[in-house]
Write a protein that binds this ligand. Structure first.
Ligand code: GSH
Length: 428
């Protein structure tokens, strides 16, 4: 049958040209010396490769919270380093070369001058010994250790609220109060600090230990409890706003959707309160439109000028693998899914996507929603690029003439092998 969209839809080369994706060499240079990004395998900060003393082993998914802490430290301190990416158990098969190096398979690991170190706190201590502290106080200073203890208390209160099944309304409330007590203690520490961060005007190691889990708390409690940490604790919100001024943090920052669906297998289950507020917010996080609330609970950073180009460039780069997976997972016809995807991307080529994009080939909505639900931030692209892409995938899917409401394949809760990086690595 002739393709009814053949004339109307841009080809992959058209899309690539519009996105102005840099050629391989320029892309490599940008990843190596440009702003913090999840795709780099070498970071030089203007140094020579021969000066690199550090290799960071972190997850392909750019999701592991303990890795994020070390990643941010290296980026803030601008220590040249190599990155070797490893698959986490719940996404796929762990690389044998890594389990030979670290039999437990645990991430992060770090090689410093040829010495292998595991456990993120030991890694931080070793980095400090080699390169000096980040901020005015070392990691073993009593003030920093006290803040570290507070972070652990907050972490435990979060786990108890999020990961305990069958809480009744009173128990939900008690768990919330417990978490808010420790959140308020962090706010007091921030008020007592001489700048926007815990120890001054610049983020220090003391801040970095809070970053990964506060980000995950804000996301997961919004999705599973309808509780927006950044709305309830303005001091913590201001701290996030200060972080969101920094390209280092923006390069490692995930979004609510990614965390909400990556946490359950990692945490052994996350349990929704089921309140109307929670259900409404979760639906909004899954289906948009974005931002999901006012003020925006995910970020204070304005939309990057090139967010639409970034989204298109990242899809174009992996288009054959993405189309194959979208079609296989949704039972769609690959050629039709390919057209539908290009049609969705076409909506990004104008600043204001059309409210009603042209109808995609019949039966492609589940494939488009398969991708909408599997954009991983920051692994695939930045938060704003992911938002605009999710939005056009959704609005295009809604125009499917066969069934605009057809759901995509549901996200697994026990693992995330639907996010296995292997096919993308093979294709690259
Ligand atoms: N105490 C360790 C915890 C590290 C940890 O739990 N890492 C998890 C990822 S978040 C891991 O590597 N699990 C193995 C896997 O998922 O493959 C540290 O601070 O480094």
């Amino acid at each position: 049958m002739p393709d009814a969209h053949a004339d109307a839809v841009p080809s992959w080369p058209d899309l690539r040209a519009w996105a102005a994706a840099p050629e391989a060499e320029a892309l490599e240079a940008l990843r190596r010396d440009g702003p913090t990004n999840a795709q780099a395998t070498l970071r030089l900060f203007g140094c020579r490769e021969a000066e690199v003393r550090v290799t960071l082993y972190r997850d392909h998914h750019a999701w592991c919270p303990y890795c994020q802490k070390i990643w941010l430290w290296l980026e803030e301190r601008q220590i040249p380093y190599r990155i070797r990416k490893v698959t986490m158990f719940c996404y796929g098969t762990k690389e044998a070369w890594f389990t030979r190096l670290v039999p437990s398979g645990m991430l992060p690991a770090l090689e410093l001058d040829g010495r292998l170190i595991t456990e993120s706190d030991r890694i931080l201590a070793a980095l400090e010994r080699a390169f000096g502290p980040l901020g005015p106080l070392g990691f073993d200073d009593p003030t920093v250790q006290q803040l570290r203890q507070l972070e652990r208390l907050l972490f435990r209160a979060w786990c108890q609220w999020l990961c305990t099944p069958g809480l009744d309304a009173a128990a939900e409330q008690r768990a919330q109060q417990q978490l808010q007590r420790f959140a308020a203690a962090m706010e007091q520490a921030l008020v007592a600090a001489p700048g926007a961060f815990l120890l001054g005007e610049q983020p220090a190691t003391a801040d970095l230990v809070f970053v990964p889990y506060l980000e995950r708390m804000n996301a997961s409690l919004a999705y599973y409890k309808g509780f927006v940490l950044r709305h309830q604790h303005s001091g913590i919100d201001r701290w996030f706003q200060a972080l969101e001024q920094r390209p280092t943090y923006l390069g490692t920052q995930s979004d609510v959707h990614t965390h909400a669906h990556d946490l359950p297998p990692q945490m052994g289950g996350c349990y929704a309160s089921g309140s109307p507020v929670q259900q409404e917010l979760a639906a909004r996080i899954d289906r948009g439109p974005w931002p999901v609330a006012t003020p925006d609970p995910e970020t204070s950073a304005p939309m990057a000028a090139d967010a639409r180009q970034q989204a298109v460039a990242r899809v174009v780069r992996h288009a054959p693998t993405l189309v194959a997976r979208m079609a296989a997972a949704s039972g769609g016809e690959p050629a039709a899914v390919d057209t539908a995807l290009r049609l969705a991307l076409m909506s990004l080529m104008t600043a204001e996507p059309p409210a009603l994009p042209p109808a995609p080939p019949a039966g492609t909505a589940p494939g488009l929603r398969y991708l909408r639900d599997r954009i991983s931030v920051p692994r695939d692209m930045g938060l704003h690029a992911a938002r605009v892409l999710r939005q056009v995938l959704e609005t295009t899917a809604a125009c499917d003439p066969r069934d605009g409401a057809a759901a995509g394949p549901s996200l697994p809760m026990q693992h995330r092998r639907d996010q296995d990086p292997a096919p993308f690595i093979r294709a690259a």
